[in-house]
Design a binder for this molecule. Structure first.
Ligand code: SF4
Length: 284
């Protein structure tokens, strides 16, 4: 059932996310722009900030590709409107497509027909996590652009490839495809037991705030060394060469099989549009 108040809140969340970058991503970009050593790279950062300023002035999306709409829900088992959430998200996608507007980005697989309203089979994408005893609903939202999704992949490495194999996997993908993802990039790496779990962990890592680190000192060391190595390649903002190409490398992991290690990669672009909101069950 569609809950009008909930739908309205979700439309506002989508609108704010489409138009304004989250504070940590913006701060990160400003720092990178200050540090960029190459003139062309500095020029690209200037274009990015001009783009952001105009989007704010015009109250319109910061990129023409408003992505596939993805929701990550942490739902209290006592949230009173659980049954309304999925229908309200779909309705919010329909309204947002016209109102903001969003580019229609839901093409029905096999039929190859654009639905025109960003609603299709399993789209918007919704992932649920249930929080026992809570009355609140936390809605995490991400707009997944096509260019940055292009770089995503997952693989189970052969025995003995180990962490070196995981690093090579990430570097090969970024050097080959990273330029399509409109750098500077946010890189999420998942380490796990199989391709689906490594891919899911890489997405979780990619959505982590800029400046956060994995609490495991070895994983944190790998995050920092990979970030430095990827920046040393010199891809630069929007692929025009430069010293500042990667905002962060975030790693999340799970235990893996004794013989094999799976690695997943998720990448987001300079226009990393993710936000979240918590709704009190008593507040609707
Ligand atoms: S990769 Fe990001 S910035 Fe580039 S076109 Fe896609 S959504 Fe826009």
């Amino acid at each position: 059932m569609i809950n009008e108040k909930l739908t309205e809140i979700i439309v506002d969340l989508i609108h704010d996310t489409a138009v304004n970058l989250p504070a940590d991503v913006l701060d990160g970009l400003e720092g990178m722009a200050r540090r960029e050593a190459m003139p062309l790279g500095r020029e690209m950062y200037s274009c990015i900030f001009d783009n952001l300023k105009r989007a704010k002035e015009l109250n319109c999306p910061i990129c023409q590709d408003t992505g596939v709409l993805q929701f990550f829900l942490k739902a209290g088992t006592r949230f009173p409107y659980l049954d309304d959430v999925e229908d309200s998200i779909k309705q919010a996608a329909r309204i947002s497509t016209k109102k903001i507007p969003l580019r229609p980005n839901a093409v029905e697989s096999f039929d190859e027909r654009n639905t025109g309203d960003n609603v299709g089979s399993r789209s918007p994408w919704i992932e649920w996590e249930m929080i026992p005893g809570s009355e609140d609903l936390n809605i995490g939202f991400y707009m997944a652009g096509g260019g940055c999704a292009l770089t995503g992949r997952a693989k189970v490495l052969m025995p003995l490839e180990g962490y070196e194999g995981a690093v090579k996997f990430v570097f090969d993908a970024i050097t080959e495809w990273g330029v399509n993802a409109c750098p500077p990039l946010i890189v999420g790496v998942g380490i796990g037991a199989c391709a689906p779990s490594a891919a899911a962990l890489s997405k979780k890592a990619m959505l982590r705030p800029i400046g956060s680190h994995n609490p495991n000192p070895k994983a944190r060391d790998m995050e920092e060394r990979m970030k430095k190595g990827l920046n040393d390649i010199g891809i630069g903002a929007l692929g025009m060469s430069g010293t500042e190409s990667v905002q962060c490398v975030n790693i999340e992991y799970a235990a893996h099989h004794p013989a094999t290690l799976a690695v997943g990669l998720s990448v987001s672009c300079w226009a990393t549009r993710r936000k979240s909101i918590t709704i009190k069950g008593s507040g609707l």
